[in-house]
Ligand binder design. Sequence first.
Ligand code: MG
Length: 264
Amino acid sequence: MKIGRFKEEKSGIDNPGFFGIISKDGESVSKISEKDEIFKILEGFTPGVDFIYKISQLKILPPVLPSKIVAIGLNYKDHAVEMNKKLPEEPLIFLKPSSAVIGHLDYIEIPGISKRVDYESELAVVIGKRAKKVKRHEVSHYIIGYTCMNDVTARDLQTKDVQYSRAKGFDTFAPLGPFIETEVKDPGSLAIKGFLNGELKQKSSTSNLIFDISFLVEFISNVMTLLPGDIIATGTPSGIGPLNAGDKFEIEIENVGKLTNYVR
Ligand code: MG
């Protein structure tokens, strides 16, 4: 099933929105009555729904509000080669702030302080259950689903700072969505593509990940406790490049969805 967060198109900016299940034809959304019920799907529970909207009546919000985004640097061999870096011996993890999150069709804003802001198409793992020191073979019990994330990066500041917090942490630098797909059978072999203004720029498969999803969840949950709604961004394949005002960037992941954002 596909789960998203929405609000009525004309409601105010303070409206917290609601979770909804998207119909098979993508036309309508069933509002989930209780806010946190979506995470009970992992226990086999079917959420109650109390209202059906046409999706055209709604604004699509980011599918979760994570307490943190844990991102992986250099997790595709082809990207390590293009960045002229050695393959990592263990995952290089960094955090992006929750304040950077925007949703499908929202605008990425180029900060004036950077001369080079890049797109990075990534498969995002959505955690559904408190995860601390999870064993690799148990990882699937903690993942509610998958979505797309653009790990937007001010490349010049990343080089200058060495630390990633500023380069990866600007507001709007974590487009997420459009929805959580809960029924991905094999997240280890999904086609992943990135399109700049309709032109294919990134093309790979999650089978090229250096550290796979089970390894990442075990590794990260031995460092920090992951909470429901937290995101693990699994790294970008090769083909990264700059974004400029007026651009449109789309990330398409097989069986997961297509995330579209604009740049200003
Ligand atoms: Mg990245």
